[in-house]
Design a binder for this molecule. Structure first.
Ligand SMILES: NC(=O)c1ccc[n+]([C@@H]2O[C@H](COP(=O)([O-])OP(=O)(O)OC[C@H]3O[C@@H](n4cnc5c(N)ncnc54)[C@H](OP(=O)(O)O)[C@@H]3O)[C@@H](O)[C@H]2O)c1
Length: 308
């Protein structure tokens, strides 16, 4: 039987990379204007009519710390609506396989490092993004529940921090890596002699290039058919200071970095244990250097159109 693959969120960071890596003739793609995933009726009609065989659920409301902290209601409502509508109608219309994308913020605030799949629901969540995390945890539990009750082959994966072409480079509402690229770029082009960054630079974070993430999603779609989430990451982390130095060098900013220590650092370390996916046979390939270079090239070529 021919595959009909629906990528929810195909214009986003992850969705666009999955789209790039799959056979175009098999894809079913809808923009938000064509299919708003908040609408129960529209999603029901879409699945009944199109009957996709596979679904990559990469549509979500996503943002950095500030957005998560200040728009908690929107984060929990919109993410629950999207995933409830898509997962339930995937079951109703007989989808063969669905992959749900969660996030590493589902793990407890004081989780032992590196964080393993078995650490889920073993402690309190980080307060700044608990609304988003609870929506994502609900998605994991939904996939497992539809498998238990209705025998659906629905799986879920938890990516670490992602970056790459089509990222959100907004100076306030984005994640740390794209925000740094934008800041250093502005400082260089406007001949500033210093850039101020938040915190001490000592927290450690993991970053995965988006094409590696998309490859891992396709790998899981083809090779993993069980209950329980799967972490996706590199298994390696860097300090925020090391990250800033990498980016500064790639962009060619020669001025000073000022660390504003009056601003919070966040959790000291956040690293995923990726033994499970490595044992299944997948490993990340792109080095941080190469990934940042590619992201910066994309940023430069698309500067006029990015969110500022
Ligand atoms: N980025 C990261 O660092 C990161 C880390 C861990 C996990 N994740 C997870 O990975 C997944 C993909 O994230 P991403 O970074 O690719 O996000 P993204 O770039 O913001 O893309 C999300 C996509 O979902 C679409 N979407 C959202 N609400 C919709 C709706 N109501 N109807 C139709 N489309 C809708 C958006 O459409 P519009 O373009 O119209 O807005 C966008 O194309 C998410 O589940 C996220 O939680 C991301």
């Amino acid at each position: 039987m021919t595959k009909k693959i629906y990528i929810a969120g195909h214009r986003g960071l992850v969705g666009s990379s999955i789209t790039k890596q799959l056979n175009k003739n098999q894809l079913l793609l809808k923009t938000r204007q064509e299919l708003n995933l908040h609408s129960q009726n529209s999603v029901k009609d879409f699945f009944e009519k199109e009957k996709p065989t596979q679904v990559y659920l990469a549509a979500a409301k996503v943002g950095g710390i500030l957005a998560n902290k200040t728009q908690k209601a929107d984060f929990i409502y919109e993410n629950l609506m999207v995933q409830n509508n898509v997962i339930h109608n995937a079951y109703k219309s007989g989808v063969d396989k669905l992959l749900f994308l969660g996030s590493s913020c589902i793990y407890p605030k004081n989780c032992p490092q590196p964080m393993s799949e078995t650490d889920l629901l073993t402690g309190k969540l980080e307060e700044t993004n608990d609304a988003y995390a609870i929506a994502k945890i609900a998605g994991i539990v939904m996939c497992d529940s539809y498998r238990d009750q209705y025998d659906c082959n629905f799986i879920s994966c938890m990516p670490t921090n992602l970056y790459g072409p089509k990222d959100n480079f907004h100076l306030k509402n984005s994640h740390v890596l794209p925000a740094m690229i934008h800041k250093f770029h502005l400082a260089k082009t406007q001949n500033e002699n210093k850039v101020t960054l938040w915190g001490t630079g000592s927290p450690m974070r993991e970053f995965l290039y988006v094409d590696d993430m998309a490859e891992a999603c396709i790998f899981l779609m083809e090779n993993y058919n069980e209950k329980g989430l799967v972490n996706i990451g590199t298994g390696q982390d860097v300090t925020i200071k090391e990250l800033a130095d990498f980016i500064r060098e790639i962009i060619g900013f020669t001025g000073e970095i000022i660390w504003d220590t009056s601003k919070p650092d966040g959790t000291a370390r956040k690293l995923l244990n990726v033994d499970k996916i490595n044992k299944l046979g997948w490993k990340a390939k792109t080095s941080l250097q190469e990934g940042i270079e590619k992201s910066y090239q994309w940023f430069l070529s698309n500067y006029q159109n990015i969110k500022k």
